[in-house]
Write a protein that binds this ligand. Structure first.
Ligand SMILES: [Fe+2]
Length: 555
């Protein structure tokens, strides 16, 4: 590998002067390089001396885990070399001229070409732009945003989704979320990938049976080839919690359960593809918190990895002891107004003759749920909001003191699914039965597909459910329902007139250029939507060729 010397800088940069001059690079490198680091657990897998090598960036860019002074940056280098590296450039402007940091990050075959680093020393509540650079290539330019300072009451815009089964439909929700001019954080609440295959559906080519490191990596790569998902990652910082399908359906209950080897392979692939740093003390720990000023604390949970009691002779526990202590500690200790719980499975009870009790949810872990609800009620913790995935249904639930009775002490907003199948209920009989048997559930729609947005201020939280036809790429969205939750009330009202269709703006096709946030005129939006659809078609054609080549290779 060539050393990352100033001479090498000139060679690297001479063909792309729009990125950075060598002088700027060296100056910026001395500014903040020391503040960045690679995930500790990866260190032993990589070259001790990082250096920039040749390679291309075919999988987009991503950022996540925003703090007031830091962001985690992600990229992926495709190269023939077993060990190599790439340079991250972070700047204040979309032309990458006002550089604030450059970092050379090692990578290699052992981590599937993943590039990950956390840059500190940034300013709070600000947009930054970034790109990765190899010896002969440059990535698309991404945008990210740091978190507000701890005492900030600045309003926040969040969005979230779950359950993006690729073959089932198009990720239109991601297209619209990507187009948002200003998201402080996007939350992926699990089932980011599915292990099934082969499958039928709108995109049958998007299924790779996954059970080992190679196939989990292939699945992550395939999902990230979706232009909507890729664009969402390019334009907004995100966090991710996994659910079961990143490994296997309801895997803790399978008999036999997946081996440690399989779980490790799936967790490892997920870490390789996410802008999430490894915790030195616990290689696969994903439960943690993200602070967004005084306005909100996002508590990320893991409701799969530590489950016990499924025929293993142990008590039924959803979170495990250590995570439960962490969760209760964050609830009791949080200084933030809104305690946003990124939650995989439904915490409100679900009882109906037409729907069996789902033991996979908090319903199957009543002792754990009681402990959480008792803590919230006894400590008088207000403004706890559960954002939930898993069940492929839009719901808005009061969380009651004793689960199925008592006063509301928290709320739960279940955000449907990006594509995964819910409950077919064209007659509305299931919804009617569920609403009748569960008075704390105020909304039930198992058919609509999409995502949700969350606006947070000092006065209220506003949650909006956005849905579209996932059988058509780039289909416009409408609002299924919207809810307003005043601060201190722990309950919500449904906004009148929220069901009126609202056409959504589609983002530009990924071009590698920097993000523009100004609203575009209608004709331009139509052009951009056509460009997006063309891009989707090109992506699919490429995937078909890849799949064809894979089949040929297997013969
Ligand atoms: Fe799911």
């Amino acid at each position: 590998m060539a050393p990352d010397s100033p001479r090498r800088c000139v060679t690297d940069l001479v063909h792309r002067p729009q990125i950075l001059t060598c002088r700027e690079l060296v100056a910026a490198g001395t500014l903040l390089t020391a503040a960045a680091y690679v995930p500790p657990a990866w260190g032993r897998l990589l070259s001790e001396k990082a250096a920039v090598g040749p390679g291309t960036f075919e999988d987009g860019v991503a950022s996540g885990e925003p703090a007031p002074d830091a962001v985690t940056f992600w990229g992926r280098l495709t190269t023939e070399r077993p060990r190599s590296g790439a340079r991250l450039i972070v700047a204040e402007d979309d032309g990458l001229t006002k550089t604030v940091a450059t970092v050379v990050v090692p990578t290699g075959r052992a981590i599937d070409g993943a590039l990950k680093t956390r840059v500190t020393g940034l300013q709070p509540n600000r947009f930054y732009f970034y790109a990765w650079q190899s010896a002969d290539g440059v990535s698309p330019t991404g945008r990210t945003k740091t978190a507000p300072v701890a005492d900030s009451d600045v309003p926040l815009n969040l969005a979230y989704s779950s359950c993006q089964r690729y073959p089932t439909g198009f990720f239109n929700g991601h297209v619209e979320a990507a187009a948002s001019p200003d998201l402080d954080l996007y939350l992926f609440l699990g089932d980011y990938t599915y292990e099934y295959g082969p499958e039928s559906g709108a995109r049958p080519e998007g299924a790779i049976p996954s059970l080992d490191l190679r196939s989990y990596r292939e699945t992550n790569k395939l999902y990230r080839a979706d232009p909507g998902l890729r664009e969402l990652h390019r334009r907004h910082p995100s966090v991710h919690i996994w659910d079961d399908h990143e490994v296997a359906d309801n895997y803790s209950e399978n008999n036999p359960a997946p081996s440690e080897l399989q779980r490790t392979a799936a967790y490892r692939a997920s870490f390789e593809w996410m802008p999430r740093m490894v915790m030195p003390s616990d290689r696969f720990r994903i439960y943690r918190q993200t602070l967004l000023g005084r306005q909100a604390e996002v508590i990320l949970l893991d409701q799969r990895q530590y489950r016990t009691g499924d025929g293993d002779g142990q008590p039924r526990r959803l979170l495990g002891d250590a995570q439960m202590e962490f969760f209760l500690g964050r609830l009791k200790g949080s200084q933030a107004r809104w305690k946003i719980v990124a939650n995989q499975v439904m915490i409100a009870p679900l009882k109906a003759a037409v729907v069996p009790v789902i033991a996979d949810q908090w319903d199957g872990y009543p002792d754990d749920r009681k402990r959480v609800l008792d803590t919230i009620a006894d400590a008088r913790i207000s403004d706890v909001v559960f954002l939930t995935g898993d069940i492929h249904t839009y719901m808005a639930n009061q969380v009651l003191r004793n689960a199925d009775n008592g006063a509301p002490i928290a709320t739960e907003y279940i955000g449907g699914s990006i594509t995964s199948e819910g409950l077919p209920d064209q007659s509305g009989l299931i919804a009617t039965a569920v609403l009748a048997g569960n008075p704390w559930i105020k909304q039930f729609n198992g058919e609509a597909k999409g995502y949700a947005t969350v606006g947070l201020t000092q006065e209220a939280a506003k949650v909006t459910y956005r849905v579209s036809d996932i059988t058509r790429p780039g289909a416009p969205h409408s609002t299924l329902a919207a809810y307003t939750q005043p601060v201190g009330v722990n309950d919500f009202t449904r906004d009148a007139g929220a069901a009126a269709p609202v056409n959504a703006a589609a983002p530009a096709a990924p071009t590698g250029r920097a993000v523009r946030s100004a609203a575009a005129p209608t004709a331009a939006l139509a052009r951009r939507r056509r460009a997006y659809e063309k891009h989707v078609a090109q992506q699919l054609a490429r995937l078909e060729r890849t799949q064809g080549a894979r089949k040929q290779a297997k013969r």
